[in-house]
Every structure is written in structure tokens, then in C-alpha cells.
Ligand binder design. Sequence first.
Ligand code: SME
Length: 158
Amino acid sequence: MAEDFEIIGNTKEEKYQSILPQIKALIDGESDTIANMANLCAALKFGFNFFWVGFYLIKDNQLVLAPFQGPVACTRINFGKGVCGTAWQKNEVIIVDDVDAFPGHIACSSLSKSEIVLPIYNLQKEIIGVLDVDSEYYSTFDETDKLYLERILELLKF
Ligand code: SME
């Protein structure tokens, strides 16, 4: 049940290990991808107290805002623009310790200080969008976040 969702642990790794089976259970119990994207955003946002967690999906050659949790965000991002558009262009995970030091960073909120953006893929392994996670603190994200967020994204079926 959703109200039983609880994250236990002190370290980041422990928290991800705690959240991973719970997210899997949530997703296994629901076939609708949008519903699962929405719950995944809520689980990560409130589980880790991130500033913003959300998806952008590629539509008409732009990234278009999809399910998210957090403040209102920009709705469209062009290929190669910002961290999200660059992750799409390079087709790779991008970790930014200080968003002001990233050329072309798109500041949806001045409170966001660091972020990680991960490509998301369909079953044919084509990139179809990104997951963007933002923090109010510098240097929040590292290889541990990359590892676990990739595992979590593999649970979604696009
Ligand atoms: N900062 C992102 C834009 C999306 S918002 O942070 C939600 C970027 O530079 O692509």
C-alpha cells in the first residue's frame, strides 16, 4: 500500500536499497506507465527530499515536460540545450555538481544547485526522454545515484 512506503537507512546506498524493492512492488502492481512515472517521482522526491524530480519525453524533436514532483518547471527543452538536452544529445548520464558552472544550464528555479539527468529508453533501446533530478545543494549526485537511478528506470516499461 502506498501509505506503507518508507525509506530506511542512513547512507545514500542504504536508502536506495530500501526504496528499490518498494518501487519495484509499486510498478509491478500497475501496468500504466504514466501512473508509474508519477509515483516514481513522488517516491524519489519525498524519499530523498530532492528539490525536483521529473521526466521529459521526446515529442516533435523537443523534450516535453511529463510527470514530475516539485515546483512548476519549463515545459519544452530543445535538443542539445541545458543539461537535459545535452543528456539527450550525448545519450548519456550527466551529473552536474554546480549548475551555474554548466554552460547553457536552464534554470527553472534559482534554488536548484546540482542535478543528475539520465536518458530513458524504450524496449528497443532507443532514447525516448530523460529523468531529471535536482537538488537545492551543491554536489548532491554521484555514481551511487547513477547506479541506482538506472536500476530504478529499468523497471519502467516504455
Ligand atoms: N535544469 C534543466 C532544466 C529542467 S529543470 O531543472 C526542471 C536543464 O538545464 O536542462
